[in-house]
Ligand binder design. Sequence first.
Ligand SMILES: [Mg+2]
Length: 391
Amino acid sequence: MRITRIVETSVPLRGEIANALVDFSRHTVSLVAVVTDRIRHGEPVTGVAFNSIGRFAQGGILADRMIPRILGADPESLLDETGRIDPARVLRRALADEKPGGHGDRAGAAAALELACWDLNAKLADEPAYRTIARHFGRDVGSKEAVAAVPVYAAGGYYYPGDGLDRLRAEMAGYLDSGYEAVKMKIGGASMREDLDRIEAVIDVVGSGARVAVDANGRFDPAAAGDWAQELSRYGLRWYEEPGDPLDFALNAQVIAGYPGAVATGENLFSVRDVANLVRYGGMRPGRDIFQMDAGLSYGLTEYAGMLEVLETHGYHRGCAFPHGGHLINLHIAAGLGLGGCESYPGVFAPFGGYSPGCALADGTITPTDAPGFGLEEKPDLAAAIADLVG
Ligand SMILES: [Mg+2]
């Protein structure tokens, strides 16, 4: 088997929403297709993936560096012992001649490529990607009914132009009506008083602080992060996410020292080494704090599995891993690896956010369908972009 073609396109996110730091209306995502010489149903078997949500498309890095390296490699060198494309080998080849460290945009570019190889292998096995992933990492997924339902929470509560508490309440009530049992909202984009009013309104709608997480998106300096920890302590929240700069591990440890509830972070850590440093210096408490690394932003599933190994070596449980990024790829990763759950973005970040119509949401869990691979082709708005890309 050989890769015959790799194509990428930049797809704009739809929606006018913002968190404390970022306006998403100009964001783009790299959609990548890895085309092979295997023919099925009259078409070449093609792996498709993207570099999660919340950063930018990486067409330059892919076109100038990574894709030529892979297409220029000896095809045999990209295969595993069973003759399938080996995502880890593809990743290594994509990163040839790159220095270690400095895990920035290239981590997302490589992730889209690496994840497309997982989609490809699942399609070759004619099974949903979570089964391929579980088998590869030695996990018994058992029956579909028993294992594939993934706990999810509705991540919303963004700041909208002309926003008000009534709109926020209606948004949260809508999540409960559609089957979510936990929600997340943004903080740090308004005054503290306004944000506390927003939090209290959301707790009022969903019934308990234990079902509400708040996300500061790394906005606060150490003093503000500590002040907020003190204010938030009384609500018994599900978690307090990214209080300060994601690489300021001392700040994270300081917040945790003064906050009895769970702290969540990790979505902006892109490597095994970064996660090892978070574990060493960030004060994260086993059994309480939440890790949100996202394979789509951090070199893909091979690197993500290495991060899980670091966590488990240091006494953390994978049930405390809730990847950032509410989309089909992370749903399959969470199901395949037995993670605590994952994020969900109902109605935002189209066409990448959210799940396909066949993914059942019930009692706060979502079950992937049996579509081969990540099932991205079952999402109508994304299927159109994939068809355009593959041509
Ligand atoms: Mg976040």
